[in-house]
Design a protein around this ligand. Sequence first.
Ligand code: IPM
Ligand code: MG
Length: 382
Amino acid sequence: MDYLKQFETIVKEQLERVERLKEQKDFLDYKSLDTIVIGVVGGDGIGPAITGQAQRILEFLLNDEVNKGKVEFRVIEGCTIEKRAEVGKAIPDDVLEELKKCHVILKGPTTTPRKGDPWPNVESANVAMRKELDLFANVRPVKVPELGIDWTFFRENTEDSYALGSQGVNVSEDLAIDFKVITSQGTQRIAEAAFDYAKKNGKKKVTVVTKANVVKTTDGKFLDVCKEVSKNYPEVEMDDWYIDIMTAKLIDEKRRTQFEVFVLPNLYGDILTDEAAEFQGGVGTAGSANIGKQYSMFEAIHGSAPRMVDEGRDIYADPSSVIRAGAMLLNHIGYIEEADKLYKALEICSQTEKKLVMTGRDTGATSAAYANYIMETIDKLG
Ligand code: IPM
Ligand code: MG
């Protein structure tokens, strides 16, 4: 394999991508649509079981809208590891085609094969979906009121080490090279998303996280572009930190409460958001929004737990994370009141009232019973 040719192809493709980024359309206006199509992708393992429960709750909340034809739910089959392995693609073509006919997507966990697994090394479906649908902003909120923590992470979702994560080059038996990609356009849009959010939500500060002291070219660009964007937001302060000390400051009780909004490249964002979610009870409790200009996808960020399915326990899987993702979806497409009700009900059911507990086995409630409990709680909210 001619590795210089490989490198040339990669550079050409990325330059073409920059041209496409320059042409990108503006954000889709959901109000202008006759029908908002919500795609439901169950994924693997416990995914279909828990995502089905989240769908029931959304259909319950949007019942009138569905009847009026304003909202349509569409279950998209085939985004499973078996099918993906069979066709040798991160997302099968027919699935991708169906996804592109939707406006927003609710997604359960999908298996990401790693070395040693029985599956061929297909790319992660999450990563592929983010790239294919250009879902550039991964928004992950973390709230722990009793600790004074109220953070919102804007993780860039399409570039950095992820952009060419499956296209590294084995130059020789001894030399492996991966690539990290940062573009001005890609950074500008995520920085604007973070600053816009800060401005609209009365947040005083946006914290940029990089390792620009060492990774000078790409992280250097990320930081520079964020500084440029910040000039358009005089009411919002900007500070910048390196990723190493940032991970330490999140456990510094005195400092951590001073952070509000973060913006960071993909890989640092991946790591820091797992650390952050741990304060609120682990990644399983967090939902994650993947926002693009034309499409958006909302997902549970835990794994697919194939063992639970093997042991026949998938009916006991905890659907909270994908239900929370559903609440973020409602909020995103403009059903703010319905989203607030769902957030409230989730809090009552999982924090204050706790009439049902999920244990992941028959000692606890089933996901269906839990979803019923949430719907009954919503009803009581009036
Ligand atoms: C996440 C996950 C994914 C990522 C994996 C499953 C590829 O860790 O959503 O944070 O690295 O982005
Ligand atoms: Mg992660």
